[in-house]
Ligand binder design. Sequence first.
Ligand code: GLY
Length: 365
Amino acid sequence: MNRQEIIVKTRGFDYRVLIGDNLLAETGSFLQTLFPPGRTLLVSDENVFSRCGEQVICSLAAEGWQVKTALVKPGERSKTLSGAKRLYNTCFESGLDRSSPVIALGGGVVGDLAGFVAATFMRRVPLVMLPTSLLAQVDSSVGGKVAVNHPLGKNMIGTIYPPRLVLIDPLVLKTLSPRQYRAGTAEVIKYGIIEDEDFFLWLEDNLDLLLALEPGPLADAIAASIRSKARVVEKDEYEQDYRRILNFGHTIGHALEAATAFRYYLHGEAVLIGMHLAVKLAQKLSYLDFASAERINRLLSRIKMKKPPGDLTVDKVIGKLEHDKKRQSDDLIFVLPNRIGSAVMAPVSDKQMIAGLVESYLKGD
Ligand code: GLY
């Protein structure tokens, strides 16, 4: 059976990321290579659990695990401190101890919330990620960022806590809505632009196969994305500097999401728009040559950009842009590609230029 394995190094330990069809049905045997069977908490959301919960539970039970399942409501609103508190209660009620793993079966919300609970319950218990959305498979399940939201900011309460194992089953993506899947591909393309030129070339040839969920190209794209992410987080696990290139497209993307109360865009849709505008900015500020910008635009344009809602204004978006708190300056920090397969962090002070770019998107230019 065709399986791919990537080892991610962290400060404390190395962990395996495995990619292969039907891996979820083998969760129990993979867990056994790390932990003696005992109690475990499986965190999932109602939608994901109805699609693939049973195969995970069966494979765990077959290896002698006692599984307690905790289901959260799908969506960002579950990712709160009170959501975490409910899970701590379940951990206590089901007799978890410091060696009992928490297993996250779901997309980014479930991974972030369950990861936050694993990082903090009894100071830390092992975390296993079973990501089921494309975004979670290529980004949030790897690299250790875990968090809950605060009313004053998304992901503002959290830490870096790497998983002990990540099992990625591309087959589960076939059950996603086309909209969710397309949004996830934006994060895949991101790696080609900012870090991996060969992958960019591969995407130029194979994006259509990826969008059509062709099994071979899909698994290869997930593996290439994770290798790229692993190279970045291994250089800068705690996001002192270089890891911030992973936020390409996120400065304006996040502002678009915040300006629409996180209800209009899927994260990947907002990031796709943010990447388009960041490429324009890179060109205007002479970070990127015309020919490379054209090639990046051509690739990005193969995924349809979501139109803005009618009541969105430039001021609303600009009002949500975050300043660079680390440098305590008024500059906005953008991740700008400086060639295909490479990006830099760039302080940008020209707000008019940014406003002009946002306006161009709102007008549909
Ligand atoms: N998703 C960005 C990061 O993991 O740093």
